[in-house]
Every structure is written in C-alpha cells, then in structure tokens.
Ligand binder design. Structure first.
Ligand code: ADP
Ligand code: MG
Length: 679
C-alpha cells in the first residue's frame, strides 16, 4: 500500500473519531495528512509590548501572571477562566473557555507567551483563548491550520507530526526528478514536507512553499503537456477546403482579416493526417461564430458529421438559428436540447444516428450516452471555459479521432489560457468587424433612473431594443429587486404600453427560448434579465444595456454583458447603475469606462478580485490548487510549464522508471479532476 491510499487511521493518535473529524477537512489518507498545509505560522519570536497593542491584531505578548486564575461556571458544561497578566508596564486580560488544564498552568508569578487576537473591551486589552506557551518554547514558528470543530491546531499539528515519518517510509522517490530540482533550485520533498509544517525560520517555510507550489503546477502542466501530446492524434477524417468560396458566398459580409486567418488555420488543420485541436480566442463580438460556421460547412460538404456544443440552451438555439439562416438548405442542421419533447428528441437522435443530419447543435445533452453519431468528424464547442478539460475529451471520444475546434470569448491572460487550454493550438481574433460604433459607457447611481428610463423609451420609440440586467439573487436578499419584480415595476410604470420581456435562470428552457425568440424577432422591446444573457446572445438591434447593482458583477461579466450591444451599426450604450460607495467598487466600475479591451479588463478583474471569483467556482474544470495561486505565482508557473514541456518532449508517456512517481501523480490528479468535472 502506498502513502497515497494508506488510511489516516494508521497514524498514531488517530482513531475512528478523529478520522471522522479529519475527513471533514478532506484528510482521509496519509498523503492528505502531510499535504494539509498550514494557512499561516505563529511567530513567537517577536513580541509586542502591551502598550503597543492594537485591537484586531494577532500578536505575541510576553507577560507574567498577575492574579490567581478565577473560574466560573456560566452554564452547564461551560466554565470560563479569567486572569490578568502584565509585562511590567501595562496589563492584559486573559479569558479561557473550558480548559481547566490550561488554566491550572497559569501560576501567579510565572512568565508565558500569549499568542492571540487582541480585543479592547471596557477600557482593557483582552485576549480570548490565546495560545499559551512557556518562554523557552522549542519552536518559535508554529503552523496554524484551517480547522474544524473538535480538533485544535495543536492536535492537528501532532497528528501531522506523527504522519510525516510514516509518509517518508511509504514513499520512495521524489516525484520531481533530480535534474529538474537542480535546474529550478527546488528543495527535496522531504525537506519541503517537514518545513511547510514545522519550519525553523520563515525562510525555510518559504523554500518549502516554493517547492510545493512548483510541484502542484508541475504535475498539472505535465498532464496538460501529455494531453497536448496525445491529442496530436492521427485521423482518417479529411475535410476539404474547396467549398470555402461557396461558404463565403453565403455571408452577408466580408470576413475580417482576423476571421479569415482563423478560418485558414482551420482549413489547414482539417485537411487530414493529424486531427485539428484548435482554440479560437476572440473578444465578444469579434465574430467567432462565423469561424465555426466555416468549419461546419466544410465538414458537411466533405460528407462529415459535426457537433456544435454551447453552454446554455439559449445559446444553442441561437446558434441553430444563425446556422439555418446562413446555410439555408445547403446543410442539414438539427437542434438537440433539453427543451425538446421526448418524442422530438428521439426523432432527432435517430436522424443523427442514421446520418441524415450534417450538423447537430446542442448543449451538454450531446455528451449523453444515447446520442450516437453516424460519422462524427468535427466537434466545435463554444465558450469553452465553461466546459471542463475532460468534457472536451468525452465528446471527442464519440467519433473516430474527430477534429476539435474550441471557441472562447473570455479574454484571459495568455499564461492562464496556456494552463487551461494548454493542449490546444491557438488562433486569436484580434479585430472587430468594421462599421461598429464604440459603445458609450456610463456609471451612475440610482437617482438617475427616471432619466435612464426616458432615454430607453426614446430608443424603443425609434425601433431599437434594450436590456436591463439584474443580479441573480440568493435567498434572503430581500432588499434588492429581483428581475421579476423589476420587470413588473417597469411594465406597470415607465414602460406601460411597451412590450417588456422577462428572462431568468429559474424559467424552463422552453419559456426562456420563447422569450429570447420574441426578443430576437423584435416582438419584445425591453428585456429584463439576469445574467442568462451574459454569454453569446446576439441581437444586433439591441443598443442599450442597463446593469442594475453593477457592483455585484465581475468586470469580465460586465464586459460580456456590454458585448451584447454594439453589435450592429447603431450607436450603443452601456449604463452601469450602482449605489456602492466603496473605493474598490468605484475603481472597478471606472475600469469599464476607461477601456473596452477585454484583455485589459480581465487583467484588472484578476488584480482586483483574484482568480477564484474570476472564473467562478470550478468553471474551468481545473483541479483546485492547494498552495499555488495561479495569479500570484506566475514565475513559478512559468518555470513549472517549462520543466513539464521539457520532460514530456523527452518522455511523452512518462514511462521511464525515474518518471514513474510523477506519472502516478499526474494520473491521480486527472482522475480527481474528471470526477469533479462530472459533478
Ligand atoms: P462572438 O465572437 O462574440 O461570438 P458573433 O459571432 O456572435 O461574435 O458575432 C457578432 C456579430 O457580428 C453578429 O451579429 C455577426 O453576424 C456579426 N459579424 C460577424 N462577422 C462579421 C463581419 N466580418 N462583418 C460584419 N459583421 C460580422
Ligand atoms: Mg459567441
């Protein structure tokens, strides 16, 4: 049994009860235990005088117990102990809950280190449940772990201390090969594990941390590099480019230079030999759909079936409509989404399986097992960041090494896109179609509402359309208007006599589709919506985007929302309404005024919010990093990337004996990730 799956109960001091508590922290195996990293370290080496205390700060105070400890039972099972300590100049009140053992140690006249958070209550400084150590504490740096009730830092520390030697026995090699460690000056894993938990100095902890971060990113990057390597699969599917002029003739406009380059990249990839594996990245409105359409058209004309996947039903429907409008009867396109009746679904599936369909458009439903293709040769996914890395794999397994085209509108910094899409070739559409008017963006507070509604009416009267977007509310946020409430108020008040539509996430797919169709057809003039319109929706006649409570959206989200307008030749407006008065909120919204460049906005978003929020929970399908912060630790990331690329180039299968530990780690990581992505 390896340390990876050895039950944590083998560790001294862990019985069934402890094991259950540890499980709450995600610790089930020996591996989990030693890789449960501290979130901080107590520094007992520098002490603060009581006179210099600031409420709210966590500090270490060296002081003498001044008065005998006084215990009082405040209710059954709850005793509090109080004493007062002094550093000779000032006094500090100490309160301890329930621990008679700790209280008994505090004899009058003895000196201790008190480590904890300072409060200022009734004119006195106070610490509640501080960590109490004798002056000669052996380790000046103590790990502080994220905890669960019933388990103290001290107990967890002891468990991990016992786990480390077991782990060392159970593991043979360092998963980072020796030459990589030397090149990138990384410590050995033994040093790393010991010192991430029990360092002798902040410096040692730093060395350990860097190595463990590198390790995480390195394993991930090796996996991506392998994926990239194995995704260079041979294919017999040849899609010819000779129908391209026929496709171009269908278009009501000329492709932009950037679109044309992306199409040419695809044509080259599709010609056969090695399967295409390409990401088309372009800002909102750059016209990615047409690149996909070109590939789908060429596939159909070469007698090859294709699938187009979108992250939402709305978007799938829109793509379906765009394609049928564009292709007319030259290509057979079907829509397969959850919105269909069981009978319709069955028929559609049968047609796909019989090969009576050229292009199947849908959502994840296309991934479901009972969709069998006749001859799937091309898989296109839109707004890819919403699909996990593995889901991409699942779909391509449906055919016989089909070509894969991925489109993403999320402008993400290049390095990050390499992590997420590291297995793909890249075409960037860095040019917007001509004739677009710049979108004017304003940030206002809610006192402007009357003026905003008048402005909207003027444009609706001129035959244009508009969106009003509200944040989707969690329960208990009663003070904010929901989309439904706002739609009601607007159609009763300022927009009485206008056709107001409502779109929100809790509606049934059919209802959503009906509203969206009505909006696209111009029957609905004003669409009140939650962020379901965020991604991809294209109604060129809509020229105003109003966002209520704009401070509640991420900048990249606002950028996507703004991208819903300015898609035609009319002048367009984006009005961000916010009453937030914090500096960060203002600063963030002002970024939207300053630039329409999605990459700049993404950078600002990352800077102001951090990557967790940027992507939303696990949207990217990447494993959760325990210790590495993808944005903070860019240098380490680049090094890990480079090291991984070198190793995979030299040993693609990681089959050399010295890479076997690494190979196991990569496979474990991706096994976990695919389990997550399927949730
Ligand atoms: P996105 O890249 O955000 O997916 P779309 O593909 O939805 O953008 O295109 C945005 C709009 O621009 C659509 O209305 C589309 O018809 C139009 N469009 C695409 N390419 C061109 C072009 N070359 N010239 C003019 N309009 C174009
Ligand atoms: Mg799109």
């Amino acid at each position: 049994m390896s340390g990876y799956d050895m039950d944590v109960q083998y560790v001294k001091g862990v019985g069934e009860k402890r094991a259950a508590l540890l499980k709450k922290l995600g610790i089930e195996t020996l591996y989990d235990a030693v890789h449960y990293y501290p979130r901080a370290y107590l520094d007992l080496s520098s002490q603060t005088a009581i006179a210099d205390l600031t409420p709210g700060e966590t500090v270490c105070v060296k002081a003498v117990v001044g008065v005998p400890v006084h215990g009082a039972q405040i209710r059954r099972g709850m005793t509090i102990f109080k004493t007062i300590v002094t550093d000779g100049e000032d006094t500090l009140h100490i309160t301890i809950f329930n621990s008679a053992f700790t209280a008994r140690r505090l004899e009058v006249g003895e000196t201790f280190l008190f480590y904890g958070k300072v409060a200022y209550v009734n004119g006195c400084f106070e610490m509640t449940n501080p960590l109490i150590e004798t002056e000669d504490a052996a380790e000046p740096f103590r790990p502080v772990y994220p905890l669960t009730a019933g388990l103290s830092t001290k107990q967890l520390g002891a468990i991990i201390r016992n786990a480390i030697p077991l782990w060392e026995q159970a593991t043979t090699d360092d998963l980072i090969p020796g030459d990589v460690r030397r090149t990138y000056q990384l410590c050995h894993e033994r040093f790393a594990i010991q010192n991430i938990h029990f360092p002798n100095s902040p410096n040692d902890a730093g060395i350990a941390r860097r190595r463990l971060m590198f390790e995480e990113l390195f394993v991930l990057q090796c996996g991506m590099a392998q994926l990239r390597h194995t995704s260079r699969v041979k294919t017999d599917i040849r899609i010819r480019g000779d129908a391209l002029p026929a496709f171009l003739a269908l278009l009501p406009f000329e492709l932009t230079g950037a679109q044309r380059r992306a199409v040419d990249d695809c044509v080259r990839d599709l010609s056969g030999g090695v399967a295409m594996n390409r990401l088309v990245q372009g800002d909102v409105g750059s016209g990615k759909t047409m690149v996909a359409a070109a590939a789908l058209f060429l596939a159909a004309k070469s007698g090859v079936q294709s699938a187009l996947m979108a992250p939402t039903e709305l978007l799938a429907k829109q793509h379906y409509e765009t394609l049928t409008r564009l292709f007319g009867d030259t290509v057979r396109v079907v829509l397969l989404t959850g919105g269909l009746t069981a009978k319709e679904k069955k028929q559609t599936r049968a047609a796909i399986a019989a090969g009576d369909v050229d292009v199947a458009v849908g959502t994840h439903a296309l991934l479901s097992e009972d969709v069998a293709f006749h001859r799937l040769g091309l898989v296109v996914t839109d707004e890819q960041h919403r699909f996990g890395v593995r889901q991409r794999g699942t779909l391509s397994q449906k055919g016989d090494a089909p070509h894969v085209l991925v489109m993403s509108a999320t402008p993400i910094p290049r390095t990050l896109s390499l992590i997420i899409f590291g297995d793909l070739d890249l075409s960037v559409i860095d040019e917007l179609p001509g004739g677009r008017q710049p979108i004017r963006t304003d940030v206002v507070d809610s006192s402007y509402h009357a003026r905003i509604w008048a402005f909207l009416r003027k444009h609706l009267d001129a035959g244009r359309q508009a969106y009003v977007v509200c944040p989707a509310l969690e329960e208990g946020e009663g003070e904010l208007l929901s989309a439904a409430e706002l739609a009601q108020q607007l159609s009763d008040g300022p927009f009485a006599g206008y056709r107001v539509g409502l779109l929100h996430g809790k509606m049934k797919p059919r209802e959503k589709a009906a509203v969206m169709t009505a909006f696209a057809a111009g029957e609905v003039q004003l669409l009140v919506a939650t962020t379901v319109v965020e991604v991809g929706i294209d109604v060129p006649n809509a020229v105003i985007m109003v966002v209520e409570n704009a401070e509640r959206f991420g900048l990249s989200q606002l950028h996507q929302l703004r991208g819903r307008v300015g898609r035609g030749s009319e002048r367009s407006y984006c009005i961000l309404v916010s009453d937030a008065d914090s500096d960060t909120a203002r600063q963030r919204l002002s970024v939207m005024k300053e630039t329409t460049d999605g990459f700049k906005i993404a950078d600002a978003d990352l800077r102001l919010r951090g990557p967790g929020d940027f992507f939303g929970a696990r949207q990217h399908g990447l494993p959760q990093m325990k210790i590495a912060d993808l944005m903070q630790d860019m240098t380490v990331l680049r090094e890990a990337q480079q090291a991984a690329a070198e190793i995979i180039a030299q040993d693609p299968g990681l089959s050399q004996p010295e890479h076997s530990v690494l190979n196991d780690a990569v496979r474990r990581l991706f096994a976990r990730t695919s389990a997550q992505a399927l949730n």
